[in-house]
Write a protein that binds this ligand. Structure first.
Ligand SMILES: Cc1cc2nc3c(=O)[nH]c(=O)nc-3n(C[C@H](O)[C@H](O)[C@H](O)COP(=O)(O)O)c2cc1C
Length: 217
């Protein structure tokens, strides 16, 4: 697989073919990319809400009113839409659940190793919860690692994607009942296959020159 070629040729799809569905086994591979993305201290502060039918996509599209209307058709015509969320709180029960999962997955040779891992994770969590007071932003950074992995992975699997921050997060949270689940929406991915109306597929890619964004010591 020519990974840099995929990065240089994938594009944001502006119009989807509503008649084409991503096969279930292919979509399952995208779910694996999300679940196995790395995160600081394995914090996994994310949750992904998926819609693949009219009813689900309509609920998501309620958040594209007003200035976000340009994203409405992308959500409705995509095969699948993923609402990428973070936790509202980086709370102790979540940290404990991760620790127990790591234990179950066989990562600790001794109780001391388990305690050490918990201490390290709590140190970083406390840094962001208390000292920097940026826990929400920190969780979003982790989410975007999974999001970037998803976009590149989708392209590698010949699936078109449209990343979207253009929606009303408060409206979407209400429409999906996210506050009651301790979640809030951050970014959306519409996934499927481009239609002939996808003008972006015909435009050349544009990026700043390498020397503007990369320097060497
Ligand atoms: C986090 C994020 C949010 C974005 N939000 C939107 C959006 O709401 N609607 C849209 O049409 N494109 C959106 N884009 C697409 C960007 O405009 C696009 O990635 C950028 O222009 C580079 O083009 P390319 O993805 O085709 O390489 C978003 C991209 C990212 C990464």
């Amino acid at each position: 697989m020519n990974i840099d070629r995929i990065a240089a040729t994938r594009h944001t799809t502006k119009a989807f073919d509503a008649t084409r569905k991503i096969p279930a086994e292919t979509f399952a591979r995208l779910e694996t990319l999300l679940r196995f993305a790395p995160s600081s201290v394995n914090s996994q502060p994310w949750h992904f809400v998926i819609a693949d039918d009219e009813a689900g996509k309509s609920r998501i599209a309620t958040a594209t009113q007003g200035g976000y209307a340009y994203n409405d058709a992308k959500i409705r015509q995509a095969s699948h839409v993923i609402v990428c969320c973070v936790r509202r709180e980086l709370d102790d029960p979540h940290l404990a659940a991760i620790l127990e999962q790591e234990d179950k997955d066989g990562r600790f040779a001794s109780p001391e190793a388990k305690a050490g891992q918990h201490k390290t994770r709590t140190f970083y969590a406390d840094l962001h919860r208390h000292e920097y007071q940026d826990a929400r932003a920190w969780m979003e950074k982790q989410l975007y690692l999974a999001f970037g992995t998803l976009l590149l992975g989708a392209a590698a699997l010949d699936i078109d994607a449209c990343p979207m921050e253009g929606f009303d997060a408060a409206l979407l949270d209400e429409a999906l009942g996210l506050p009651a689940r301790g979640l809030t929406s951050v970014v959306i991915a519409a996934l499927g296959y481009r239609s002939g109306d996808d003008f972006n597929a015909r435009l050349p890619k544009s990026r700043l020159p390498a020397e503007a964004v990369i320097s060497r010591l």
